[in-house]
Design a binder for this molecule. Structure first.
Ligand code: MD3
Ligand code: FE
Length: 203
């Protein structure tokens, strides 16, 4: 059951559910080495989602700008390695959506508590825009906004639930997107929060 949400974007409902426990155990291990932290935008705002990364490159923002880098600025150490269960999931999801040979080198992990959001934005810090982004949602449900390539374009609202995987690529790669403020709820495994991780080819 592949849900088509754009010319080259699909939702794979519950695709991550069979490995949910392995994914959460892997996230716990990553966070033990590279804790979630709220980063600062170049404009000086504290992001409401807390973030960490795994893989050879990690996405960061600070007063100087947005970029990918091999070292965690909080610890000075390399980001934790990408767990095999992560990489396999990302490659399989990308292939189902028609993107063969996807080999992610970066995984950004976002943690949202109730009220946290992500304003409408484009992802354009990656070198090769022909590579897709694969996203995995865990924990409480979020309202995802999917817009067009111009900020003013109308948006569609898509509910993302625990286990849902989305693949975005090709002509949809530069579409605006965001997360509405998270509503209060509790998930049996993750409590009052949502964790989303996105796989990219950054370098
Ligand atoms: C569509 N994260 O980390 S994932 C992000 O749920 C981000 O945490 C949101 O936007 C989250 O940058 C949304 C879905 C997503 C990620 C990247 C995209 C959708 C995308 C890139 C292009 C188009
Ligand atoms: Fe994004």
């Amino acid at each position: 059951p592949i849900e088509i949400i754009g010319e080259q974007s699909v939702v794979l409902r519950q695709f991550a559910s069979p490995m949910q426990h392995e994914l959460i155990a892997a996230i716990d291990q990553i966070v033990a080495q590279a804790p979630f932290r709220q980063m600062i935008t170049p404009g000086g705002y504290v992001m409401s989602a807390a973030m960490t990364n795994c893989g050879s490159l990690g996405w960061i923002t600070d007063q100087k700008g947005y970029r990918y880098q091999p070292l965690d600025p909080s610890t000075g150490k390399p980001w934790p390695a990408m767990p095999a269960v992560f990489e396999t999931l990302a490659i399989q999801a990308a292939a189902l959506a028609g993107f063969d040979h996807f080999k992610p080198d970066a995984c950004l992990i976002n943690e949202y508590v109730v009220g946290a959001k992500m304003s409408l934005h484009q992802d354009k810090n990656e070198r090769d825009m022909s590579q897709p982004v694969v996203s995995v949602s865990l924990g409480i449900t979020a309202n995802f906004l999917f817009g067009g390539v111009n900020r003013q374009d109308k948006t569609q609202k898509i509910l993302l639930q625990h286990g849902d995987v989305v693949v975005w690529g090709g002509v949809d790669r530069l579409r605006y997107h965001g997360i509405l403020p998270l509503k209060a709820a509790s998930h049996p495994l993750l409590g009052e929060r949502r964790i989303n991780f996105t796989f990219r080819r950054a370098g």
